[in-house]
Design a binder for this molecule. Structure first.
Ligand SMILES: C[S@@+](CC[C@H](N)C(=O)[O-])C[C@H]1O[C@@H](n2cnc3c(N)ncnc32)[C@H](O)[C@@H]1O
Length: 281
């Protein structure tokens, strides 16, 4: 396990991922009933963008660093949709430029209601310890030092019967797309009504295309959301996607409002970025 999210936190891919997570959670909280949230690959929880790791790659500069100055000028419809995510960033930083960036656990913790429950899984020893310390006193949040793929089997279905699962692995293994499909298969079999957010990188088009096909074959109600910030070149990391199984029915239209605006903020050259919002059935 070499991957450390501290080098990448707050980059363009995190922004899209966390916006989708915030929109999905906000939708599921329209009902008062308790909600279970499982984050299978949780990371550190909060990231200091002035840490050595963050400064070394400076990826956040082209992510939250570029987005933040534009938030106030966002068109009204987009600003409303950005609200819960922006509030989570402000909760760590006040109104100034963000130094601290909320990873998925901090975003979930920020948006949880008293009746909701969350489990965060992290396998890396040091990151798990930091995450567990951060949420040690948070009621209704458990931090598990376990394999997130196993957690999909042991923690689903939740007693609440309403839930959101985010699966955000490091994509270090060569066969991570297959591992993702198998993990999703096992999870959806156990918890057919859950909402699943499965993140993936866009590097090699052929691998992504095979994954899209696999998702389409296996799951009936799925949304694919993708954003690229540059043209494909030498299989470099230039975009990311999320396969969303049992998506909130409002999500596609929300992202049709949000993503074109976001692409313009985050693309590396004018016109180089793109987004894709595709319902598979
Ligand atoms: C992409 S990062 C997660 C980022 C986080 N979801 C966020 O949005 O802030 C992936 C994390 O998964 C952890 N990890 C790797 N393999 C794992 C496994 N099998 N089970 C649980 N965590 C794992 C890594 O240590 C890393 O912290």
């Amino acid at each position: 396990m070499n991957y450390r999210h501290a080098f990448h936190a707050g980059n363009f891919a995190d922004i899209v991922k966390h916006l989708i997570l915030a929109r999905a959670l906000t939708y599921l909280q329209r009902k008062d009933k308790p909600l279970f949230v499982l984050d299978t690959h949780a990371g550190l929880g909060v990231y200091d963008l002035q840490s050595e790791a963050a400064r070394k790659t400076a990826e956040a500069v082209d992510g939250i660093g570029r987005l933040w100055p534009h938030l106030d000028g966002a068109p009204e419809a987009a600003a409303a949709l950005l609200g819960p995510f922006a509030d989570a960033v402000r909760s760590l930083n006040g109104t100034g430029n963000p130094r601290f960036y909320p990873g998925s656990p901090a975003l979930i913790a920020h948006l949880m209601r008293p009746q909701d429950r969350a489990v965060f899984c992290e396998l890396h020893d040091a990151d798990h310890s930091a995450l567990a310390a951060r949420f040690a006193r948070a009621g209704r949040i458990r931090v598990n030092h376990v394999d997130g793929w196993q957690a999909l089997k042991t923690l689903l279905p939740p007693p609440e019967r309403r839930g959101l699962v985010i699966i955000d692995p490091p994509f270090e293994a060569r066969n991570e797309f297959d591992i993702m499909l198998n993990g999703l298969d096992a999870a959806v079999q156990r918890f057919a009504t859950g909402t699943f957010l499965a993140w993936y990188p866009i590097k090699h088009e052929a691998a992504v295309d095979a994954f899209r096909g696999g998702v389409g074959q296996r799951f009936s109600d799925t949304l694919l959301i993708e954003m690229t910030v540059a043209a494909p070149a030498d299989a470099a990391f230039h975009g990311s996607g999320m396969a969303i199984i049992n998506p909130p029915y409002t999500l596609a239209s929300e992202l049709e409002t949000l993503l074109p605006w976001l692409v313009q903020r985050l693309e590396r050259q004018p016109g180089a970025g793109a987004c894709r919002i595709e319902a598979l059935s």
